[in-house]
Design a protein around this ligand. Sequence first.
Ligand code: C2E
Ligand code: CA
Ligand code: CA
Ligand code: CA
Length: 271
Amino acid sequence: AKAEIDQRICYYEHDMDEAARQRRAMAKDLWTAVEKDGFHLAYQVQKSVTTGRITGYEVLLRWDRPGHGPVPPSEFIPLAEECGAISAIGAWVLNNACQEAARWPEPHRIAVNVSGLQLAQLELVDLVKSVLEQTGLAPARLELEVTETAIISDRQRALAVLGAIKALGVSIAIDDFGTGYSSLDTLRSFPFDKIKLDRSFMTEVERDEQAKAIVRAILALGKSLSVPVLAEGVETLEQLDVLRIEGCTEAQGFYLGRPGRIVWPELKQIA
Ligand code: C2E
Ligand code: CA
Ligand code: CA
Ligand code: CA
């Protein structure tokens, strides 16, 4: 039995080495992607629930890893945070998103995701400022999406950074709302411009009364704080109908539009 256990530990260690080796290889490719413009951006439309008009686009990072194909952000963003590449990647996203949006024929707002590690750095304020200056994008057209977990690591610093960015005229949305562990406290400590209701709440909302009750409560909370609520992950017309009835302001999800590249008719004709 002892030998058997030793053998199992051996296999386990071998697997660990292999996993570590793969992560190192991926981290190396990530750094190359940063240096060589190996990323691109997808945009997902956000719409008014009542009028159906476009209210903005969320910017989503895409990485087609050479020799491997597309890697989901849920895989490479945590790795980028670990290996220290997230600041460079975050700067790339902000810069390219603002540059692209500044050339759009319609002045739609863009919502850019910001990692918690970026929020902990005062340099983020200077980055946002210089990107806006260099691209000429109006500050009102930029929104940053931050998660509660991002704010929790260094609360005072994060709130100071957000305050300074908001002072530039950029709006701040709280992302994945309802999934963190101190949602209400976070909401009280900063004047967010938007609440993004996590998409887990949309599942079953049209069938399950309890799910609906929670959505209703968060919408009421937004209303009493005068903060608009955007519902994420809307996949069906039935879900959208519930949101309309319950008085939700904005929505985003596969039913309204999948993330993709934006091809404007005006730009297409030129190309
Ligand atoms: P997120 O910020 O919550 O972004 C929304 C995610 O939900 C996107 O996944 C989007 O494709 C997906 N989604 C949108 N509508 C629906 C729907 O109706 N149903 C379902 N099932 N999913 C939907 P994606 O693009 O894979 O991104 C995953 C996460 O990676 C994002 O979650 C965000 O946390 C992170 N991420 C993406 N781009 C960036 C970035 O540029 N910077 C940072 N720091 N994080 C990013
Ligand atoms: Ca987001
Ligand atoms: Ca989200
Ligand atoms: Ca998320």
